[in-house]
Ligand binder design. Structure first.
Ligand code: CAA
Length: 250
């Protein structure tokens, strides 16, 4: 057995389209995982519990609203008390409120910024000191190809996701000497509820522009997150890894 303490990971949006698969991947690599998500949907939570039952308690659920700083503080306290110190933080919580800017109201703008961008500050802020003090940490931010290209109907989402790139690079510089890496993964269009909600003709048009000719699988994103979270990935920091089937190449 490895002499190292088992790594503890927190995955926000842990019962979301990509989040659950990320939890499963990290657990398979021997991490204990806290899946953090809104507890507003009891039936979804029930489904999640059976999806991760095979991991024998190595994936646990904790309620969290990433948009609320004080809620994040209380969550971090609870995690420390019940599960231990956090080594890996995957910021995967994200929402869309797609519409053109001309129709967008202030709430559609701020809801997306508060969850997708403020949420990453709110939670990273809770765990960064501990990671630096212990000399090890992995932060992986789930951005999006639409933060790289901009997408019609997504000024709010594209702004938040582009913001994550700046956040990732700046924080990576601040903590690089402390054994903490900060990277982002930019998924393209994958088989998640978020993407399946796009009206079919628009989605078909998008898929026709993906060079590999299909939507991505959540496990294809999770694999990269797992790689960046590994102890052995300490020389990769401030990087963005696109996983988009060739939809955007820069
Ligand atoms: N490019 C250019 N023009 C377009 C267009 C496009 N892609 N789509 C629509 N238009 C035109 C319309 O024809 C219309 O023209 P007129 O005013 O001349 O009639 C005008 O733009 C406004 O269109 P709508 O009234 O339909 O706009 P809307 O405010 O209702 O918004 C939309 C439409 C909801 C944004 C819809 O286009 C849509 O769902 N697009 C897909 C958005 C998308 O890709 N979201 C990604 C979600 S998944 C995700 O985000 C995960 C990830 O990270 C990849």
């Amino acid at each position: 057995m490895s002499p190292k303490r088992e790594r503890l990971a927190v995955v926000t949006g842990g019962i979301g389209g990509l989040g659950t698969e990320i939890c499963r991947y990290l657990a398979r690599s021997g991490r204990t995982v806290v899946a953090a998500d809104l507890d507003a949907r009891p039936e979804r939570l029930e489904a999640f519990r059976s999806e991760v039952a095979e991991f024998n308690g190595h994936i646990r659920f904790e309620a969290l609203n990433v948009a609320d700083f004080e809620h994040c503080e209380a969550f971090a306290e609870r995690v420390r008390e019940h599960h231990g110190e956090v080594d890996i933080l995957v910021n995967a919580a994200g929402i869309t409120r797609d519409t053109t800017l001309r129709k967008m109201d202030a709430k559609q703008w701020s809801d997306v910024i508060r969850v997708n961008l403020d949420g990453v500050f709110n939670l990273s802020r809770q765990f960064i000191d501990g990671m630096c003090e212990r000399g090890f940490g992995r932060i992986v931010n789930i951005s999006s190809v639409n933060g790289q290209t901009g997408q019609f109907g997504q000024t709010n989402y594209s702004a938040a996701k582009a913001g994550l790139h700046g956040f990732t690079m700046a924080l990576a510089r601040e903590v690089a000497r402390k054994g903490v890496t900060v990277n982002s993964v930019s998924p393209g269009y994958c088989k998640t509820q978020m993407v399946m909600q796009i009206p079919e003709p628009i989605r078909a048009e998008i898929v026709s522009k993906i060079p590999v000719g299909r939507l991505g699988e959540p496990c294809e994103i999770a694999r990269v997150v797992d790689f960046l979270s590994a102890d052995e990935s300490g020389f990769i920091t401030g990087a963005n890894v696109p996983v988009n089937g060739g939809y955007f190449m820069d």
